[in-house]
Design a protein around this ligand. Sequence first.
Ligand SMILES: [Zn+2]
Length: 327
Amino acid sequence: MNKKLLILPVIALITFQACKNDKKPAEESNATPQEVKLVSPEFNADSAFAYTKAQVDFGPRIPGTVAHQKCADYLVSKLKSFGAEVKVQGAKTTTYDGKSFQLKNILASFSPEKKNRILVAAHWDARPFSDQDADAANHTKPFDAANDAGSGVAVILEMARQIHQKQPDVGVDFVLWDLEDYGKANDETPDETTWCLGSQYWAKNAAATGYKALFGINLDMVGGGSAQFTQDEISRQLAPAIVNKVWDIGNEIGYSSYFVRIPSGKLVDDHFWMNKAGVPSVDIIHYNDNSGFYINWHTQLDNLANIDKNTLKATGQTVLETIYREK
Ligand SMILES: [Zn+2]
């Protein structure tokens, strides 16, 4: 995920840290508030955490590395074990720095025969460099990428496990994007096209083959502490009804501190390309115009120790409930 201007005022940083320390622990990660009646199965945050760790344990999933290859194999076999129809999609793709990689989007479909479908996506590749680290000496180093992107993939794996046990009424397509995070810092192209290479590829293909879904949800950095998912401009403009649907459900089932009804600026994330393919789609992303992205975004500190199960739970249960309410 790219952001041209990320200015973090010192005051805001201090306030943020103070708030973080004062914050009372949220509800138990696997408990849903008593009074809430869910139509979805209980999303297990311990399981989602274990799937985050499994990815981190391969090492940084940087395109062209053995860790990337092994993790792809793991994700494919895991999704197959949950009964999904799995495909790997992609072609040789050139990144902004002139390197070439075999792009691997991982597509997993449940009940492919059903007409009414929901698309849920997250990128699975790790950015090759921690160029937002406070120490400039770390800017060329890889990082664990536990939140960006392990968390979104982990939430999808846990949802797939639940769907395997109890089918919703609608069909579900999960897509794991490759080469999302290999973009150029300060990309000045209008649609920041050095980023999101996997979803750009998928969108061209989806448009050509007439792919249809009722709506789409993209997950990006959904495992950080004190996460706030604001409503970005692209989601609000291109999929306003879906923003309301998802944020309403999040609030209704007890996650109002996460699904905040605060507007934020234009973020060209994978949901932009999902919308381009004709699927009205929103982004659930840890970002706020004042504080920027997740505090450890593209730094050495995006590691497993900084993953919060409560955030995985809030995201997973809200998306699962959205899926199971759909007919
Ligand atoms: Zn990123």
